[in-house]
Design a protein around this ligand. Structure first.
Ligand code: FAD
Length: 565
């Protein structure tokens, strides 16, 4: 089989992958992008509430600066973020927003015509720029059109199954062409992972079905450790039952949270910030109300937007109104919405420096797949879209000029991997008898949510690890039984299950070993933050089993303090 050659491969067609590929094109490089779905179906398209930048456009925000943005981000992260990377992101934020505006993103406006900015959780100023509540949709379409205009080569519906490694260097990848049902080998001196998060490791997730941590698993397979995987964000307000996201923008615009008694309970948990405390705090507050019997039957509280009125809801939150009507049968203009916490964002991922380089030569990462780390133990709303644009661009800009000097790819290694992967996947596809994929995947997601969810404790997590071992054992006998043919989704789901299972132990062991509470990692048995032992990043290595090591956090100008809101 012939191999396909490019100077660089970007895996992922969301905001991070597209922005990185554009920077590589700008540097004059021959780059190709591989994505398992059409780029516009990437999860980035679902982003609702907005993107942060200290533009100072709001009348209440004129004193805002990148430094204040950085300070809020570091505090929101419970001090686990690397402060040099945070400064880089917040300093470049205004340029990133204006660039997308000039390329065609239709941001919502203030009366005077400047880009509108709304308040978001954990932010000292109204800093979140938005396009109604469809910000991701707008940004992704802008980047995709730009990429098409520049003639970016896109391999659409190509599912990457493994990275090729030779002498410790990543040298290409192997992918299944889903529509034609053939495997292909790609040789390149550099591979960028922009594959998004691992939200679908958990049940009750706001994430797209495709967010299965493929990039993290691919990196582990190539000998790269994973960073801070135990830090998983649970968003406070997802629609009860379907767990579709109700953006933080709903609270930013003035929505309030009420328990069964009609009490505005956030006063007990974050006296000053109330509903606009960071997500980890609000999610735990809601869960505590439910656990202590003050929630509604079915385990939810109310998000009340009725005071906003129809015209404001229609102008600023039209998507939320539509989602609430379609999926909960409730019109937020007239009635409160039933909400509960749900998995939302992966703080952990493939470790990189502030220019996308990972510890493995030839391997780079950006976007939600990466852990730079700018979000530390808890990401602030509006900072992830920013992360994708800033670090996507930086990764491409740093990699581009140096590409011709990188060693040529090892074609034999790619060809050998292609042969092995074709055999392995064909064997999986034809196996008729065995465990079914869908129920096993559901069981895994439920156990991760139940044992490694909003609140954690040692005994429950240890039990979770045993259950996980059981799922792992049965995963070896998975049967697809539908060999051949294009769009074999059962096969794709089986491969995604393998990826989820490759990273689950890093999440679980990282969480059990971290004997403290910090950001989104809340342990009942260790309720306090322990800076002496754990002001450190977790690095999970795949050796015989998952092994953990700890690395220093890059502290800086913002001193580590008690976190209160
Ligand atoms: C409902 C929702 C609302 C959100 N709202 C906001 C918001 O308002 N503000 C904010 O800052 N953040 C928000 N976020 C978070 C933010 O949208 C994401 O973190 C961000 O868009 C991730 O972008 P990405 O480019 O890293 O990955 P994604 O957009 O997830 O793209 C991943 C890409 O990788 C490809 N891929 C994955 N695995 C493979 C494989 N094996 N082979 C080939 N291709 C592969 C996929 O096809 C896809 O193209 C929201 C998230 C959700 C779920």
């Amino acid at each position: 089989m012939d191999l396909i050659h490019h100077e660089a491969l970007v895996i992922g067609g969301g905001l991070a992958g597209l922005r990185c590929a554009l920077a590589l094109l700008e540097a004059g490089r021959d780059v190709a992008l591989l994505t398992k779905v059409h780029p516009l179906r990437s999860h980035s398209v679902a982003a609702q509430g907005g993107i942060n930048a200290a533009l100072g456009n709001s009348p209440d925000g004129t004193d805002d600066t990148p430094e204040r943005h950085a300070e809020d981000t570091v505090k929101g992260a419970d001090y686990l973020a690397d402060q040099d990377a945070v400064m880089a992101m917040c300093t470049e934020a205004p340029a990133a927003v204006y660039e997308l505006e000039h390329r065609g993103t239709v941001f919502s406006r203030f009366e005077d015509g400047r880009i509108a900015q709304r308040p978001f959780g954990g932010a000292g100023f109204p800093r979140t720029c938005y396009a109604a509540d469809r910000t991701g949709h707008n940004l992704l379409h802008t980047l995709y059109e730009w990429a098409i205009a520049r003639g970016l080569r896109v391999y659409e519906e190509f599912f990457v199954t493994a990275l090729a490694v030779a002498d410790g260097r990543v040298t290409g990848c192997v992918a299944l062409d889903i529509a034609r049902d053939v495997m292909g080998g790609f040789a390149a001196p550099a591979v960028v992972l922009a594959t998004g998060g691992y939200g679908r490791l958990f049940t009750r997730s706001t994430n797209a079905l495709i967010n299965t941590g493929d990039g993290a698993a691919l990196a582990l397979g190539a000998g790269c450790p994973l960073e801070d995987m135990e830090f998983v964000q649970f968003h406070p307000t997802t629609l009860a039952g379907s767990n579709i996201l109700i953006s933080e923008a709903a609270r930013g615009e003035g929505g309030i949270l009420l328990n069964k008694a009609g009490e505005r309970f956030m006063a007990r948990y974050a006296e000053k910030a109330m509903e606009l405390a960071p997500r980890d705090i609000v999610a735990r507050a809601i869960q505590t109300e439910v656990n202590e019997g003050r929630g509604f039957e079915g385990g939810h509280v109310h998000l009340d937007l009725t005071a906003l009125g129809a015209s404001r809801i229609n102008e600023r939150l039209p998507g939320i109104r539509r989602l609430a009507l379609d999926f909960a049968g409730v019109d937020p203009v007239a009635k409160p919405l039933p909400v509960q916490p749900g998995q939302h964002y992966s703080m952990g991922g493939v470790p990189t420096d502030a220019d996308g380089a990972t510890p493995v030569p030839g391997l780079y990462a950006c976007g939600e797949a990466a852990c730079v780390s700018v979000h530390g133990a808890n990401r602030l709303g509006g900072n992830s879209l920013l992360d994708t644009l800033v670090f996507g661009r930086r990764t491409g800009a740093r990699l581009g000029p140096g590409l011709p000097e990188l060693p040529a790819p090892d074609e034999a290694a790619v060809a050998d991997l292609l042969r092995r992967e074709t055999e392995r996947i064909t064997a999986l596809a034809v196996r008729e008898k065995g465990t079914k994929v869908a129920p096993l995947r559901a069981e895994l997601r439920r156990l991760m949510f139940d044992h490694f969810g909003v609140f954690r404790d040692g005994a429950k997590m240890a039990q979770g690890l045993e259950l996980l071992a059981g799922v792992e054992a049965r995963a070896g006998e998975v049967a697809v039984g539908t060999a051949g043919g294009p769009f074999n989704h059962t096969l794709i789901h089986a491969l995604e299950l393998e990826f989820l299972l490759a990273i689950a132990p890093a999440v679980a062991r990282g969480a059990l070993a971290r004997e403290e509470s910090r950001g989104a990692h809340a342990r009942r048995d260790f309720p306090k933050r322990d800076d002496d032992r754990f002001l450190k990043h977790t690095f999970a290595f795949r050796r015989d089993k998952v092994e953990l090591e700890y690395r220093e956090v890059n502290l800086g100008r913002f001193p580590v303090r008690e976190r209160s809101y």
